[in-house]
Design a protein around this ligand. Structure first.
Ligand code: FES
Ligand SMILES: [Fe+2]
Length: 362
């Protein structure tokens, strides 16, 4: 292997010891949480597709009833990928020897007439459709009722419009890219935005963390002057992290154009998953309240594209950091307190059965 192909985690280990964590930045652990897969519109009735998600091969299919189900992909008989099979009602039949499985992964029919072996293990997973995406949770199908894909702040009871962006890839673990929104120092050094921040972390729930940042625009740079002129003196945004694999961002809270006209809040979500060691997939999703009336389609288009433009601006400035980092947690300052709290929150999350390593939770 060439030296520049070695993953950063393996470099400089004796000279610069790396602190490892039981869950944070640990590629062997997949936490319980909602992971996005295909677009809902790409899975028609009777379609079945396999996907590699967090080191796990899954088959996802849309039954004749319209419901979507997800099972482990390899047939428990001789291991053929079940996405080659056929959807029959709410069941899936393997292509090879026609064993038929129901949506809970139970074998219900073997054409040669023998009984299926005892303890046949084909996991099924909870599935939800939201934001025009199919989401999968690494827990059994029967838990589906108690679990929800997180709603966005202020939008849970509203009609929404959605724009799904293309997946992009990063070389560092997504626990690290998620730090982007709560690292106060880099807002000024990288983005040239000097905001006096007030950070509230509500970590009362174990699997979610809410972070609110507000402050006044300083007016030293051109960007800050423009921001202050257009949107007023103060600035506020909030972030919510769910299960260590989903981040939502609400921007332009209480923003008024020229201090008069209330501007719409802009919302986006980032859904993260591991593709392979050293490669993560990030799916940006832009979501807004749906405007109605004659100008509704134009307003919706404008809000979604403005959200995308904001994100692209920040992404352009940050991208190179997250592809060239060997993150270490050895030298934090007081100012890095939000990051320290966030790492503690990640380390409290629960590993799922997709983890490669079993850990004891203390
Ligand atoms: S491999 Fe699936 S039925 Fe034999
Ligand atoms: Fe950033």
């Amino acid at each position: 292997m060439k030296i520049n192909e070695i993953k950063n985690e393996f470099l400089n280990k004796n000279a610069q010891p790396l602190r490892s964590h039981k869950i944070f930045n640990n590629w062997n652990i997949v936490t319980k949480g909602w992971y996005s897969t295909f677009l809902s519109s790409d899975l028609k009735i009777g379609d079945k597709k396999s996907i590699l998600l967090n080191g796990h091969k899954l088959v996802i299919y849309r039954a004749e009833t319209g419901k979507v189900f997800c099972l482990d992909a390899f047939c428990p008989h001789m291991g053929v990928d079940l996405s080659l099979g056929k959807v029959m009602g709410e069941n899936l039949r393997c292509f090879f020897h026609h064993w038929k499985f129901n949506s809970q992964g139970k074998c219900i029919d073997i054409p040669c007439g023998e009984e299926p072996p005892k303890n046949l293990n084909l996991n099924s997973y909870a599935v939800k459709e939201k934001y025009n995406l199919i989401w999968v949770y690494p827990e059994t199908h029967t838990d589906e009722e108690v679990l929800e894909v997180p709603a966005l702040e202020g939008l849970s009871d509203k009609e929404i419009c959605v724009k799904i962006d293309d997946i992009f890839y990063r070389k560092c673990h997504y626990h690290i890219t998620m730090i982007n929104g709560i690292d106060p120092q880099h807002l000024s050094t990288v983005h040239k935005i000097n905001i006096d921040m007030d950070i509230n972390i509500d970590n009362s729930k174990s699997n979610h963390i809410d972070i609110c940042l507000r402050g006044n625009f300083t007016t030293d740079t051109f960007k800050e002057k423009m921001g202050s002129l257009l949107l007023g003196k103060s600035y506020s945004y909030s972030m919510k992290y769910a299960d260590g694999c989903l981040a939502s961002l609400t921007m332009m809270k209480d923003a008024k154009l020229f201090n008069r006209i209330k501007m719409p809040e802009l919302h986006m979500l980032f859904s993260y998953s591991q593709l392979e060691y050293g490669k993560v997939a990030v799916r940006p999703i832009y979501v807004n309240s749906k405007s109605k009336g004659l100008l509704g389609p134009f307003k919706n288009w404008f809000k979604l594209n403005m959200t995308k433009a904001f994100f692209k601006m920040l992404q352009g400035e940050d991208g190179q950091i997250y592809d060239n980092i060997r993150f270490n947690t050895e030298a934090f300052l007081k100012m890095d307190r939000p990051v320290v709290k966030y790492i503690a929150y990640i380390n409290r999350l629960e590993p799922s059965i997709w983890s490669q390593e079993k850990i004891e939770l203390g």
